[in-house]
Design a protein around this ligand. Structure first.
Ligand code: SF4
Ligand code: SF4
Length: 98
Protein backbone atom coordinates (compact mmCIF):
# COMPACT_ATOMS: atom_id res chain seq x y z
CA UNK A 1 0.00 0.00 0.00
CA UNK A 2 1.18 3.52 -0.76
CA UNK A 3 1.71 5.46 2.46
CA UNK A 4 0.91 8.79 0.89
CA UNK A 5 -0.51 10.32 -2.24
CA UNK A 6 1.18 13.65 -2.89
CA UNK A 7 1.66 14.13 0.82
CA UNK A 8 -1.84 13.09 1.85
CA UNK A 9 -2.00 9.93 4.00
CA UNK A 10 -3.40 7.06 1.93
CA UNK A 11 -5.56 6.05 4.89
CA UNK A 12 -7.54 9.25 4.45
CA UNK A 13 -8.28 8.69 0.78
CA UNK A 14 -11.37 6.79 -0.31
CA UNK A 15 -10.15 5.47 -3.65
CA UNK A 16 -11.04 1.89 -4.50
CA UNK A 17 -13.23 0.02 -6.97
CA UNK A 18 -16.87 -0.69 -6.29
CA UNK A 19 -18.49 -3.62 -8.07
CA UNK A 20 -22.07 -3.68 -9.24
CA UNK A 21 -22.88 -7.36 -8.87
CA UNK A 22 -26.08 -7.01 -10.85
CA UNK A 23 -23.94 -6.26 -13.91
CA UNK A 24 -20.91 -8.47 -13.16
CA UNK A 25 -20.67 -11.70 -15.15
CA UNK A 26 -17.67 -13.10 -13.26
CA UNK A 27 -15.21 -12.95 -16.16
CA UNK A 28 -12.38 -12.03 -13.75
CA UNK A 29 -10.80 -9.55 -16.16
CA UNK A 30 -10.57 -7.10 -13.27
CA UNK A 31 -8.83 -9.59 -11.00
CA UNK A 32 -6.28 -10.41 -13.71
CA UNK A 33 -5.71 -6.75 -14.49
CA UNK A 34 -4.90 -5.64 -10.96
CA UNK A 35 -1.38 -6.38 -9.73
CA UNK A 36 -1.86 -4.74 -6.34
CA UNK A 37 -3.77 -7.42 -4.49
CA UNK A 38 -6.96 -5.40 -4.27
CA UNK A 39 -9.14 -8.29 -5.42
CA UNK A 40 -9.68 -11.90 -4.60
CA UNK A 41 -12.11 -14.34 -6.17
CA UNK A 42 -15.02 -15.60 -4.14
CA UNK A 43 -17.67 -17.96 -5.41
CA UNK A 44 -16.91 -17.09 -9.01
CA UNK A 45 -17.08 -13.34 -8.50
CA UNK A 46 -14.43 -10.71 -7.74
CA UNK A 47 -14.30 -9.31 -4.25
CA UNK A 48 -12.50 -6.16 -3.12
CA UNK A 49 -10.44 -7.39 -0.18
CA UNK A 50 -7.74 -4.71 0.13
CA UNK A 51 -9.29 -1.39 -0.94
CA UNK A 52 -6.43 0.72 0.38
CA UNK A 53 -4.02 -1.12 -1.93
CA UNK A 54 -5.75 0.49 -4.87
CA UNK A 55 -3.47 3.01 -6.55
CA UNK A 56 -5.00 6.45 -6.20
CA UNK A 57 -6.15 7.64 -9.60
CA UNK A 58 -5.94 4.22 -11.26
CA UNK A 59 -9.02 2.94 -13.06
CA UNK A 60 -7.36 0.02 -14.86
CA UNK A 61 -9.84 -2.63 -13.77
CA UNK A 62 -12.75 -0.35 -14.55
CA UNK A 63 -11.41 0.07 -18.09
CA UNK A 64 -11.20 -3.66 -18.80
CA UNK A 65 -14.59 -4.61 -17.41
CA UNK A 66 -16.80 -5.62 -20.35
CA UNK A 67 -19.98 -4.88 -18.42
CA UNK A 68 -19.16 -1.48 -16.94
CA UNK A 69 -19.71 -3.06 -13.55
CA UNK A 70 -16.84 -1.25 -11.81
CA UNK A 71 -16.78 2.33 -10.65
CA UNK A 72 -14.47 4.61 -8.70
CA UNK A 73 -14.97 7.99 -7.12
CA UNK A 74 -15.53 10.77 -9.68
CA UNK A 75 -12.51 12.81 -10.84
CA UNK A 76 -13.85 15.73 -8.83
CA UNK A 77 -13.01 13.80 -5.68
CA UNK A 78 -9.30 13.86 -6.55
CA UNK A 79 -9.52 17.48 -7.63
CA UNK A 80 -10.94 18.31 -4.23
CA UNK A 81 -8.11 16.45 -2.50
CA UNK A 82 -5.60 18.41 -4.56
CA UNK A 83 -6.89 21.56 -2.91
CA UNK A 84 -6.01 20.37 0.56
CA UNK A 85 -3.28 22.27 2.33
CA UNK A 86 -1.18 19.16 2.80
CA UNK A 87 -1.26 18.30 -0.91
CA UNK A 88 2.28 18.49 -2.30
CA UNK A 89 2.82 18.78 -6.00
CA UNK A 90 5.87 17.73 -7.91
CA UNK A 91 9.38 17.56 -6.55
CA UNK A 92 10.04 17.80 -2.85
CA UNK A 93 13.86 18.05 -3.02
CA UNK A 94 13.82 21.69 -2.02
CA UNK A 95 15.38 22.95 -5.24
CA UNK A 96 18.51 20.79 -5.38
CA UNK A 97 17.55 19.17 -8.67
CA UNK A 98 17.13 22.43 -10.64
S1 SF4 B 1 -7.97 0.74 -10.08
FE1 SF4 B 1 -5.96 -0.12 -10.57
S2 SF4 B 1 -4.97 -0.52 -8.61
FE2 SF4 B 1 -7.15 -0.16 -8.22
S3 SF4 B 1 -8.05 -2.18 -8.16
FE3 SF4 B 1 -8.26 -1.44 -10.26
S4 SF4 B 1 -6.46 -2.12 -11.39
FE4 SF4 B 1 -6.07 -2.38 -9.18
S1 SF4 C 1 -14.30 -7.39 -15.16
FE1 SF4 C 1 -16.37 -6.70 -14.67
S2 SF4 C 1 -17.70 -8.37 -15.31
FE2 SF4 C 1 -15.65 -9.21 -15.23
S3 SF4 C 1 -15.51 -10.06 -13.14
FE3 SF4 C 1 -14.72 -7.95 -13.03
S4 SF4 C 1 -16.52 -6.72 -12.43
FE4 SF4 C 1 -17.27 -8.69 -13.16
Amino acid sequence: MEKEWFGIPREEINWFPTINYEKCIGCMACVKKCTHGVYSEEKGKPKVVAPKNCVVGCTGCESVCPKEAISHQPKEYLQKLAKRKDFQTGCTCGGECK
